[in-house]
Design a binder for this molecule. Sequence first.
Ligand SMILES: Cc1cc2nc3c(=O)[nH]c(=O)nc-3n(C[C@H](O)[C@H](O)[C@H](O)COP(=O)(O)OP(=O)(O)OC[C@H]3O[C@@H](n4cnc5c(N)ncnc54)[C@H](O)[C@@H]3O)c2cc1C
Length: 417
Amino acid sequence: MRRVPRHSHYVPLGELWRELTSWYSWQPDATFEKVPIRLQPPPGKRLLVIDATDTGELVSWAGIPHRLGSESRRLTGERNAPEKSNPECTQAFTYPFAIAIHDDRGKSLNALAQVKPGYARAEHRQEYSLQGFPMFLGRSFFNYRRIVSTAAGDVFESMPAPGDITLINWNRGNDWGWMNPSLVLTDEQLAKSGQLQNWLGGLSLDALKNGEKHALLFAEWLLEKQSDLDLPLTYLTGANSPMGTVSGLSMIPYFREGRRILGRQAYGQTQFMMREADLGVEPGTKRRDFSATAIARVHYSIDIHGCRYRNWEPSQEATSAALDEYDVQPTPIPLESLIPQGVDNLLIGGKSLAVSHIVNAVTRTHYSEWSIGAAAGATAGWLLKHAPANLSPAEIVPQHQIVPLQQYLTNQGLRPQ
Ligand SMILES: Cc1cc2nc3c(=O)[nH]c(=O)nc-3n(C[C@H](O)[C@H](O)[C@H](O)COP(=O)(O)OP(=O)(O)OC[C@H]3O[C@@H](n4cnc5c(N)ncnc54)[C@H](O)[C@@H]3O)c2cc1C
């Protein structure tokens, strides 16, 4: 469904929990015309589909075998996996927003004071902290993600000046990892929610709403506690603000984790999935060698933004897996991690590939997702244009076509090895 705003001056609300129902509805409304889109191959040609959504939405909607949340040590054999699996425990999600050094005479702070959260303000506020970083000086909170710098100087270190803008994406700030309720609905929750009939992304609107309020209250806390007489802070909203929304929040949050497919039989597993040991983080342990079928290479920290319950019941988060990028080896991504079970014309092009909850903490980031997406796109192009007729993704390895594919990826400027 394509939504076409009726008015040229349309500005998204930036309240996803409120907007989502209309986004998915086939019915036109006061804000949008709705144009149905049908995806189909040209006559006589076949269709290859890539799920590059940030939550693995097609995977869930189409009932493709997948995992959700954290997996137990018994299930994956990972040394830092928790005792029990918890499908509710996906990583925290974040609504970014922007603040500027500007004196708006308390206008944006007054507006933020009107925000009414579901949980008490004080409960949200307990979570906020600059974690020991100065607000403005040197390697500061403001400079961490400064996006507009009006004065000359090192953007990472120089003192911010009036007119400067920073984007807020802060662990002890706008991250929302509470699982009361959790964000991505489990199969059971989906069945109860009615979303199998009226799909809303398979997400909890209440969780989205709580995440939004948490971000807005962090903005309020920042303006109230961190403004300086010489460096007053303004929360930016509206069409001309960096987020371009009425609320000042991003249209959708940073979903760090969604559904992750289970691959087919490969590398000694009946249901292939990359695991913690495949990141080369266990000294003395033999890492599986994926180079024979590698289509991309990724590298990042095991960066876990944890889940938790409001009352600190055991979350089953893999907290102890967190590791700096210097201790994680560059990791080949095998083709098998992009190929789901049960459907022959689908590839994964983002973070929903066959990885464990712990490995997702590496593959959920920019370089990884783009490398995986580029490899998925190029593989689809190669299958349609250069591969033996009607070869499916799952047949590439058994039909000894992986070397020509890797060669093609290299010719495209990608790095399969
Ligand atoms: C605030 C923030 C900070 C970040 N910081 C870092 C960082 O420091 N380092 C780093 O490496 N990475 C970081 N990232 C992550 C990085 O931005 C992502 O990994 C990267 O942008 C992913 O790109 P992508 O194109 O694969 O997916 P995305 O950019 O997530 O795109 C997915 C697209 O799918 C669309 N979509 C979803 N559902 C549907 C549907 N049903 N139908 C049609 N379309 C749909 C979405 O609208 C979206 O456009 C950060 C992200 C954010 C938001």
